[in-house]
Design a protein around this ligand. Structure first.
Ligand SMILES: [Zn+2]
Length: 287
């Protein structure tokens, strides 16, 4: 009797192991991970992919995109991915490791022209719409049977971006000021699209401190234009900002350029919720 009971347990355990094995296999073969490089692409891809695909990002929470270099573990993730979605300009490092592999690679900036070496196209709602369409195309070609699902999610996202676009236009229209000062210039494309002038402390790609001459010019600009606020991403740490605040009495307003995203933002926010916060920030500084 004891032996029969034991045999029964062994059989039951084997069946459970067998069934869970099947389930895991089904999951890995139908899903497969789509890797994105930077947070803005990660957020948009997640919004369009919904629960149909697993989406991950390579640039880790708290890391800075301009100086990011993939580790050997990152390369391993890339080469075993179902597909990789990258922006271009700032994350060209994805291309070499994928040469000669079967991993599909998509450039999210297709049809968008970069100005000089400025990669921050994701901070303009108008360009975000193009990026969203490019990502919808990527997901549809990866997984054609869910085409209408991706189409529906992309259309919802684009409707939200249309609304954001109109809100930015109306904020600019109703503001006296048509220029803004920012620590790191992540809003050049937004400035171009809404006819604003962006002044910044650092260059487009460097996070390094400005020269004494540049600092003098900024202080002079603040006085001349009677600028009251400076936009600063709280994830960036620029000592020059503290100096300027101390010397001029200018006030800091938080902005989210998404070049560095902390883990709480990566988990709890989307590019849409961060852009809504940015809209409020612009409303304040352009007043
Ligand atoms: Zn940046």
């Amino acid at each position: 009797m004891k032996r029969i009971k034991l045999l029964f347990i062994v059989l039951l355990v084997s069946i459970i192991v067998f069934l869970s094995g099947c389930k895991n296999e089904a999951l890995t073969t139908t899903k497969g991970t789509v890797y994105t490089t930077i947070y803005p692409l990660y957020s948009i891809t997640k919004l369009i992919a919904g629960e149909k695909l697993t989406v991950e990002k390579l640039v880790k929470d708290g890391a800075e995109i301009h100086s990011f270099e993939p580790s050997s573990r990152d390369i391993a993730k890339l080469t075993s991915a179902k597909a990789v979605i990258y922006l271009g300009l700032v994350d060209e490092w994805v291309k070499k490791p994928l040469e000669g592999t079967s991993v599909k690679i998509f450039r999210a900036s297709e049809g968008i022209e970069f100005i000089d070496s400025d990669p921050h196209i994701w901070t303009s709602p108008r360009l975000l719409k193009k990026i969203a369409r490019n990502i919808e195309y990527a997901l549809t070609s990866l997984d054609p049977k869910n085409k209408s699902y991706y189409q529906e999610n992309a259309s919802k996202l684009i409707a939200s971006l249309d609304k954001l676009d109109k809100e930015f236009s109306s904020v600019v229209k109703n503001s006296k000021r048509k220029e803004f000062l920012i620590a790191h210039p992540s809003f050049g494309y937004l400035a171009r699209d809404y006819r604003l002038k962006q002044y910044s402390i650092t260059g487009v790609n460097e996070e390094e401190e400005p020269s004494a001459q540049k600092m003098k010019e900024i202080v002079q600009l603040i006085k001349e234009k009677n600028i009251k606020y400076i936009l600063v991403d709280p994830n960036e740490n620029l000592p020059a900002v503290k100096t300027i605040v101390r010397d001029t009495g200018i006030k800091i307003v938080n902005i989210y350029g998404m070049g560095i995203v902390n883990s709480s933002q990566a988990k709890n926010e989307t590019i849409l919720s961060l852009m809504e916060k940015n809209l409020k920030a612009f409303e304040m500084v352009l007043k």
